[in-house]
Design a protein around this ligand. Structure first.
Ligand code: ATP
Ligand code: MG
Length: 451
């Protein structure tokens, strides 16, 4: 028992906040009866990550080791991590249940283990036999990957100190608990404590540590974003889990570009990297009324995709506006622009739009393609074959320039597209052999489609 009252603090087991006084309701997160007493310790772990330079040094004299990155032997996974796994990095991989998190890490660990890398897979969710069954299905059961089924953090760290793996995976962080805290595994205080300790371990040992994280219904890693702040890299799985393709997107990376994506195909042998991702999101053959093809920039790569719209007379008091893959607000703005500048009335119609292949886009460069897809469906006129549409729309109906226009046009050309609609103000250099149609206003582009 602590000797003085001052040595006690109250910690909310839901949000992990610390308070000097007890309360029935946590002022931070509003949870009831969530406080537990904790002795104020001067423990190392609570002071964060120990660093090698305790005294201030001029930055020019700080020694650096250019540690080589480890390849995951999967080009799409390497790309999302910014060119392979950085030694000592703590990587969080999140995604819906059943989307393929365990599959990807198990495949990766066993492939690199077969190449002589020391790897440790810690499963807190499945038994060793279950993991073995999956590994057999993936053709990954013959490697020297070490498997441990354990949920106690102190035991995990003890084994890790003994084994000294180069790459370690914890599947999942929500099942791991630290004995030093009373909260249940997966509570915010437990997640924070476990992630911080694993961060210290990763930095001190140079082990690449991957954490699998569950996501909540609204798509965030369970435990209000605290994990995202602690780790070096956060990658989420996107895509329809019933569909064939999965997208792994980096939303934070201390060792590479964010918004980089890796595209995989889910097969009975596991996740296979897709060689030519632009092909995945396109449909063969002629475009039907309501479809438009555009190009987005995801990290360092241009990606073609098809966007589809359906406009129909509404039988509801409030016409429906439903979008998948693009923000609903964007759809509302584009409908307003079409009404104001191109005289396309959709006020009494239901409008549905969707990006093929489960891709989620927030690139403003896709605005014009969305607008033309809507017009195309509303007026039942197809866009000319083999054409793509690129451009951002401003609120005055102007078509604004987009980033990396050359890269987008070259990707379209590579896939055999013959013409591209671009902003008049866009700078294009070094592109030949593709018809370029320039417009400065939305109404001009709509007129071109309807002509
Ligand atoms: N025989 C099979 N053939 C093809 N795909 C399969 C087969 N068995 C499993 N899968 C795919 O693997 C997915 C399960 O992947 P995995 O267990 O890696 O997901 P997870 O993200 O780890 O899920 P959880 O969050 O529940 O642990 C299934 O949803 C299915 O798509
Ligand atoms: Mg799993």
């Amino acid at each position: 028992m602590p000797s003085k009252k001052n040595d006690i603090q109250y910690v909310c087991k839901e949000c992990g906040e610390k308070f000097s006084k007890w309360a029935g309701k946590c002022p931070e997160c509003g949870a009831w009866s969530s406080f537990f007493e904790q002795e104020v310790k001067d423990s190392k772990s609570n002071r964060g990550i120990s660093t090698a330079s305790p005294t201030p040094l001029p930055i020019s004299q700080v020694p650096t080791q250019q540690a080589k990155r480890l390849s995951t032997s999967n080009p799409e996974f390497d790309r999302t991590l910014g060119g392979g796994m950085a030694p000592g990095s703590l990587v969080l991989i999140g995604g819906d249940p059943g989307i393929g998190k365990s599959t990807l890490v198990l495949q990766t660990l066993s492939t690199i283990a077969a190449a002589g890398c020391k790897t440790l897979y810690i499963s807190g969710e499945e038994s060793a036999a279950q993991v073995k069954l999956r590994a057999e299905r993936l053709g990954a059961a013959g490697s020297d990957m070490l498997l441990l089924c354990e949920t106690s953090l102190s035991k995990i760290l003890e084994y890790a100190e003994q084994i000294k793996p180069q790459v370690m995976v914890i599947d999942s962080i929500q099942t791991i608990y630290s004995e030093e805290l009373p909260g249940t595994p997966g509570s915010v205080s437990q997640l924070r404590e476990c992630a911080l300790k694993l961060m210290v371990y990763a930095k001190n040992s140079g082990t690449v540590t991957m954490l699998i994280g569950h996501v909540t219904k609204d798509g965030q890693i369970a435990g209000p974003r605290i994990l995202e702040h602690i780790v070096d890299t956060v990658a989420y799985f996107e895509g329809d889990k019933k569909g064939q393709y999965r997208i792994l997107r980096t939303v934070k990376n201390r060792f590479g570009a964010t918004d980089e994506i890796g595209v995989f195909e889910m097969t009975s042998f596991g996740l296979i990297p897709v060689q030519n991702p632009s092909m995945v999101f396109l449909q063969e053959g002629e475009l039907l009324p309501g479809s438009a093809v555009s190009c987005t920039i995801e990290g360092s790569r241009a990606l073609l995709f098809e966007i589809q719209a359906l406009v129909g007379k509404s039988s509801y008091a409030m016409p429906q506006r439903v979008s998948a893959g693009v923000e609903q607000k964007k759809l509302t703005i584009i409908l307003a622009l079409l009404e104001r500048f191109a005289k396309i009335q959709t006020g009494n119609s239901d409008v549905f739009v969707s990006v093929a292949g489960g891709l989620k886009l927030d690139d403003p460069g896709i605005d014009l393609s969305l607008a033309l897809a809507i017009v195309s469906n509303a007026m039942n006129i197809s866009l000319p074959p083999r054409s793509i549409v690129i451009g951002e729309l401003g609120l005055s109906g102007e078509i604004r320039s987009v980033s990396s226009l050359d890269l987008r046009i070259k990707e379209a050309q590579r896939l055999g597209f013959e013409r591209t609609v671009v902003p008049d103000s866009g700078k294009i250099s070094g592109v030949k052999g593709i018809e370029i149609i320039k417009f400065s206003r939305l109404e001009q582009a709509v007129e071109w489609l309807l002509r």
